[in-house]
Design a protein around this ligand. Structure first.
Ligand code: SF4
Length: 343
C-alpha cells in the first residue's frame, strides 16, 4: 500500500474494521519483519529521583522539592537494581526520573559514566528521555548540541523519545505546561540525532486527546523520521489514570490494538513498532497481530506502577502468550547501535 495522509488515517480509524486494519498493518510490517517473528528485551526502568517541578496533571509519581517523600537513588542503589536486572536475564536499563532542580547535568554525566565503566557493553541504557534532556540542557545553559556532546562523552548511546505523551502544543498547555514546548522537543531530538546518539519515538494515548491530536503526533513523528532517519522504533502505551490529578478511565485493549495498527500503517518509515506489556500486560501481545513486532518485558517502572500499572515477573509465563498466538519470540540484545557516530 502507498503512504497514507492524515485524512486517510482518520477515515481508516473511523470506518475500517479490525480485520481491515490488521491486514493493512500486516502489509507494512512485512516490509521489515518476518510475519511470525517477534523480538523482545527484558528491561528495568530505574527511577533515580521522584522530585519534579514539572507538575504534569497526569502523573502520580512526582513530589515537589519542598514536600516529604522525595528521594534520589545513590549510585549503590542504581548498581543493585542493574545487578538484579542481569539476574533476570535482562540487559536494558531506562533511566527516568523527575525534573529535580538539585541534580545538574554533571550529576547525570557522572552517573552514566560510572554505569558504563562498571558494566561496559554488557548493559545498554537509555540515559534520559528527550523531556529530561530539554530540562537539563536549559538549566545548564547549554545548547542542545553541547548537552548531547556532554552525554556522548560520558558513554551515553541513547536518549529516548520518552515523555512525549501527545506532541501538540494544545495538549502540552492543557496538561504539562512546564514540561517543554513541542518545538523545543523536536529541536532537542534533532540535536541528539546530529550528535551521533540514537533515539526513539513514543506516544501515550487515553487522556482527553482528540483524534486530530493523535494524528498530529503521528504526522510530526513521520516528518521527523523523513528528515533525520534517527528513530529506531516507535512505542505506544496507554495512560494509567489512578492517583493522578487528571484522573479519567483506561481505554480498552481493542482501542489500543487498533491504534497500534494505524501507527504501523502511518509510520511507514519506522522499522520497529513496539507494544507495551508494561501498561497492557498480556493484552499487549495481541497487538503483534496489528502490526507490532517488538516488546519489552519490564521488571520495574515506578512511574506507571504508581498510576496503576501491574508488573508480572513470570517472564517465561508471559512469553507463552505470544507463542500461543503463533509467534516465534527472540531476545533482541541491546547492543551498541551500529550507526553510532562521533569521536
Ligand atoms: S510525568 Fe515526568 S515530568 Fe511530568 S510530573 Fe511526572 S515525573 Fe515530572
Amino acid at each position: 500500500m502507498n503512504r497514507i495522509g492524515v485524512d486517510e488515517a482518520r477515515a481508516l480509524w473511523n470506518e475500517a474494521s479490525d480485520e481491515e486494519l490488521k491486514q493493512l498493518a500486516g502489509e507494512v510490517r512485512a516490509r521489515y519483519h518476518e510475519p511470525n517473528r517477534a523480538t523482545y528485551m527484558v528491561m528495568r526502568i530505574v527511577n533515580y529521583t521522584n522530585v519534579c517541578v514539572a507538575q504534569c496533571d497526569y502523573c502520580a509519581f512526582y513530589v515537589l522539592p519542598n514536600q516529604s517523600g522525595g528521594y534520589v537513588l545513590s549510585r549503590e542503589d542504581v548498581f543493585a537494581k542493574i545487578d538484579e536486572l542481569l539476574e533476570f536475564g535482562g540487559d536494558l536499563v531506562g533511566f527516568n526520573g523527575g525534573f529535580n532542580p538539585k541534580l545538574p547535568l554533571d550529576y547525570y554525566c557522572g552517573l552514566f559514566a560510572s554505569v558504563r565503566e562498571r558494566y561496559g557493553e554488557r548493559v545498554e541504557f537509555y540515559a534520559l528521555t528527550v523531556a529530561e534532556f530539554v530540562f537539563l540542557a536549559d538549566r545548564a545553559k547549554l545548547s542542545y548540541a553541547e548537552a548531547a556532546a556532554r552525554l556522548r562523552d560520558a558513554g551515553v548511546h541513547w536518549v529516548t523519545g520518552g515523555g512525549s505523551e501527545i506532541l501538540t502544543e494544545d495538549f502540552r498547555a492543557r496538561h504539562a505546561k512546564w514540561k517543554y514546548t513541542v518545538a523545543d522537543y523536536f529541536d532537542a531530538q534533532r540535536a541528539i540525532v546530529e550528535s551521533g546518539l540514537r533515539t526513539t519515538a513514543t506516544m501515550v494515548i487515553g487522556f482527553d486527546e482528540t483524534l486530530d491530536e493523535r494524528l498530529e503526533h503521528l504526522q510530526r513523528t513521520r516528518d521527523f523520521q523523513d528528515e533525520t532517519g534517527g528513530l529506531f522504533s516507535f512505542l505506544c502505551w496507554t495512560y494509567k489514570p489512578y492517583g493522578t490529578a487528571f484522573g479519567g478511565r483506561e481505554i480498552s485493549p481493542q482501542e489500543y490494538w487498533r491504534w497500534i495498527a494505524l501507527s504501523r500503517i502511518f509510520l511507514d518509515n519506522v522499522e520497529h513498532i513496539r507494544t507495551s506489556v508494561l501498561t497492557q500486560n498480556e493484552e499487549a501481545f495481541r497487538a503483534l497481530d496489528y502490526g507490532a513486532d517488538d516488546f519489552d518485558l519490564p521488571i520495574e517502572d515506578e512511574v506507571t506502577q504508581k498510576a496503576g500499572a501491574h508488573i508480572d515477573l513470570d517472564l517465561e509465563g508471559l512469553l507463552e502468550v505470544p507463542r500461543r498466538l503463533g509467534y516465534r519470540v527472540e531476545y533482541r540484545h541491546a547492543a551498541r547501535p551500529p550507526a553510532l557516530a562521533g569521536p
